[in-house]
Design a protein around this ligand. Sequence first.
Ligand code: 5GP
Length: 119
Amino acid sequence: MTYDSDNIFAKILRGEIPCDKVYEDEFSLAFHDINPQAPVHILVIPKGEYVSMADFTANAPSDLIAGFFRAVGQVAREGDLEDPGYRILANAGDDAHQEVPHLHVHIFGGKRLGPMLAA
Ligand code: 5GP
């Protein structure tokens, strides 16, 4: 899948539409999901044009990959999610119902979560 620079998260990164920001550094931006599926539902996105985890890990520079995953962990720590727990999820492609074609990791928490997979 080729990257569409008009996707909604690209627009958020460019500041063209607002977001409810949780965390930002040179590599990543984290913000609250507009349609939360749990009391805590945060999205973390890398600052780069990558559609999916497979695209990102194959094509992004190492400092961006490291910085992105550090940001995911930092958001979990700063949100006091380590205890009692949280879930990380990244959808890719049609079978996973990926809606936005810019890599994003969902962080869910704030309640006892349901089964891992609703198939
Ligand atoms: P996906 O299905 O691609 O893994 O998840 C996309 C997520 O992006 C959904 O949970 C959806 O609620 C969220 N989302 C879509 N548009 C916006 C938006 O404009 N702002 C924010 N904050 N979240 C969005």
